[in-house]
Design a protein around this ligand. Sequence first.
Ligand SMILES: Cc1cc2nc3c(=O)[nH]c(=O)nc-3n(C[C@H](O)[C@H](O)[C@H](O)COP(=O)(O)O)c2cc1C
Length: 408
Amino acid sequence: MTAPRVVLGVSGGIAAYKACELLRRFTESGHQVQVVPTAAALHFVGEATWAALSGRPAATETWERVHEVPHVRIGQQADLVVVAPATADLLAKAAHGLADDLLTNTLLTARCPVVFAPAMHTEMWEHPATQENVATLRRRGAIVIEPAVGRLTGVDTGKGRLPDPAEIFAACRRVLARGSLTQDLAGRHVVVSAGGTREPLDPVRFLGNRSSGKQGYALAATAAARGARVTLVAANTALPDPAGVDVVRVGTALQLRDAVLKAAAEADAVVMAAAVADFRPAEYATGKIKKVDGVEPAPIVLVRNPDILAEISADRARPGQLVVGFAAETDDVLANGRAKLARKGCDLLVVNEVGDGKAFGQDTNSAVLLGADGSEVHIADGPKEVLADAIWDQVAARPADPADRSAG
Ligand SMILES: Cc1cc2nc3c(=O)[nH]c(=O)nc-3n(C[C@H](O)[C@H](O)[C@H](O)COP(=O)(O)O)c2cc1C
């Protein structure tokens, strides 16, 4: 299989340096990348950096190597064009079909999917001109990733920050795998839990688990990319907030339960990807438990935590609400998964094998999606976004309106 050909357009924003990390992610995962920086982008990161990181000269001039017709060829030959960062200026030119440099010519000649990752000050992002340009580009089928909220150039903070390069890369990989990104979850509100709960023993110690939150974050990011309103209930993760997602941070299983039940009250689907502790210490020591010479430590007495998945499955906050659970199993994976599906009463159970370097903390995952309707879909080992998309495919296949579902 030939390596996918990616054009990385870089326009003149302060976040241009972050495109270097995006470029590395593409090249290290076997993509052929042609970088096309604008003249303004070269004020921020020089041509030598792009050439060294991509392994080929950066394409900067419409009027160089004219016999190769670069203003047409680069776009025609691409499997994907991604512009990161996309300035307000670049979005305006793209929306209006201007072609006064190599990158804007490339955007007009590309017939492959195009992804824009805008980055600019909040005022520029919120300006009606920029918003209308973004709407125009989206209407024509381009994927415009929502900017993140956070620190901007200088002392300012707000919406307009370039999404994390890992997130842009994940979105591009999904586009390459699926050909496009549909907005099939538009109008739906979904709740995703992610990470692993920690049950405190004393102010410095806790009982925890190895969940990194990557699968839940992939679910949140892919749902947002498919148009859903997303609430992510995140337990003890060290991952950047996915762009366009409301993040509620929690620590313990009881806090996670409260946050999920609150968000689920108006949700169309709830996906419980977090690793929630089954037990918590019966007592919390308000001071650090001390080691005393010659005295054996007291045993830790555990009590059960509520079973959140069973609870939300049995008592749906809205008619027709879909509930998806996860089962991390180390052996008899499918048999245990089927038993758990029956016990919990959810609509779909994502069964994955964990341990021995599988799933926890990894970027890839394989799973079987067991449906309460008897369906069984096997997802081969691959990026966590691919599994996330397969889960959303199942959710999207069921009409948001329960009346439609029962009629069908
Ligand atoms: C220090 C500095 C930082 C800038 N950062 C941004 C930015 O983050 N986003 C943006 O839209 N424009 C930013 N600009 C303005 C653009 O560089 C300017 O609009 C330029 O014409 C963009 O050209 P291009 O779209 O062809 O790359 C910045 C300018 C300067 C001097």
